[in-house]
Design a protein around this ligand. Structure first.
Ligand SMILES: *[C@@H]1O[C@H](CO)[C@@H](O)[C@H](O)[C@H]1NC(C)=O
Ligand SMILES: *[C@@H]1O[C@H](CO)[C@@H](O)[C@H](O)[C@H]1NC(C)=O
Ligand SMILES: *[C@@H]1O[C@H](CO)[C@@H](O)[C@H](O)[C@H]1NC(C)=O
Length: 318
């Protein structure tokens, strides 16, 4: 236990070097503490995030963020798996339409696909031009790496956008409502908004899908974190998160890692917003119109929610 605690104070100067041929900026990690004369060796069993993350993008599409985001109010990055082309289509055909606005940009962020998926993804991207593909292999245990790839893309290609929404391809996002939220919170800095969970305990039984070993997270209670389906960040949070990530033990719970562990380490505000439902809700038009983010939305449900969002007939108390 003592060894583990000491590990957290070890500092590393890290340089993530992108693959040759990419134009991605190098990310240099800031040391989290000054090295001491007797810097202890880290436990070789601890896997740091920098041991896994591969920086850079195969398909960066800088044009998705014109003028580095200077004229945007909101960048929406939707994490998606290579095989989820149907879910991406449903987003494009419904709430993704708001990307046509000049002040909103949207892209899908994928991990590196299996060879067998490449041709289909190339065809999809030739048609829509909205797939950003990272270099870490796409898999469930690599979700955290996908979020880092998303942050790296925002930092490299869209650094002037004021707000970033991280969301998934099975989400319905009420973009007009979100834009209203963005305007009423415009002067805020270093903040993450979403469905904030407090005092959550790491699952220590190996059978759990969410199992976390004490080497990955030694504490008893997770820091407050915003749940993964959708959270909004001020863009001044992006660079510090990217710089702090490499030195932390890798945690595959991306929301706990990014918004909790790193958010707490960096002293960022994590604010609960009730309209980020981040769960399935009974799709009454008023619930849809009042919410910002609804989770577990299948292909056909996107169209139903979209119709309910645009429904001008139902009278809802706002
Ligand atoms: C990134 O770092 C490498 C190695 O230090 C260097 O050769 C390269 O020019 C750097 N690239 C950028 C974009 O700064
Ligand atoms: C996660 O990504 C890394 C880097 O691409 C890869 O080496 C590793 O196999 C991936 N892990 C899983 C479980 O897919
Ligand atoms: C943000 O700051 C500007 C300039 O000080 C001010 O005009 C505006 O009302 C502020 N917005 C909010 C939502 O407080």
């Amino acid at each position: 236990m003592i060894t583990i605690t000491i590990l957290l104070f070890i500092s590393f100067q890290v340089r993530i070097v992108p693959h040759a041929g990419t134009s991605v900026r190098n990310v240099t990690a800031a040391p989290s503490a000054a090295p001491t004369a007797a810097t202890p060796r880290r436990d070789p069993r601890v896997v740091l995030t920098r041991d896994l993350y591969v920086a850079g993008h195969e398909q960066p599409h800088p044009e998705l963020c014109p003028a580095l985001g200077a004229h945007l109010r909101l960048l929406i990055l939707v994490t998606s798996a290579p095989s989820h082309s149907i879910a991406r289509d449903a987003v494009r055909l419904t709430w993704g339409h708001y990307a046509a606005r000049r002040d909103v940009a949207l892209a899908f962020v994928l991990g590196s696909p299996q060879e067998s998926m490449r041709a289909a993804l190339e065809a999809e991207d030739a048609l829509y031009g909205d797939l950003v593909i990272g270099r870490s292999f796409d898999s469930y245990s690599n979700l955290t790496l996908k979020t880092l790839s998303m942050l790296e893309w925002a930092d490299t290609y869209c650094p002037r956008v004021p707000r970033l929404l991280k969301t998934d391809d099975d989400m319905f996002i009420n973009v007009p409502r979100l834009l209203r939220f963005v305007s009423t919170h415009e002067n805020v800095t270093r903040t993450i908004w979403g469905k904030v969970v407090r005092k959550s305990l790491p699952k220590r039984t190996m059978k759990s899908k969410y199992y976390v070993s004490p080497l990955q997270f030694p504490g008893k209670v997770f820091p407050d974190f915003a749940t993964g389906p959708a959270y909004l960040l001020t863009s001044d949070a992006i660079r510090p998160l990217l710089e702090a990530a490499p030195n932390e033990p890798y945690l595959r719970l991306e929301d706990v890692f990014i918004t909790g562990v790193l958010g707490a380490r960096l002293g960022m505000k994590r604010q609960h917003v009730a309209e980020f439902y981040n769960k399935k809700v009974a799709a009454h038009p008023c619930a849809v119109q009042r919410g910002i983010a609804i989770h577990m939305v299948q292909y056909h449900e996107q169209f139903d929610l979209w119709r309910k969002l645009l429904d001008g007939k139902t009278k809802c108390a706002s």
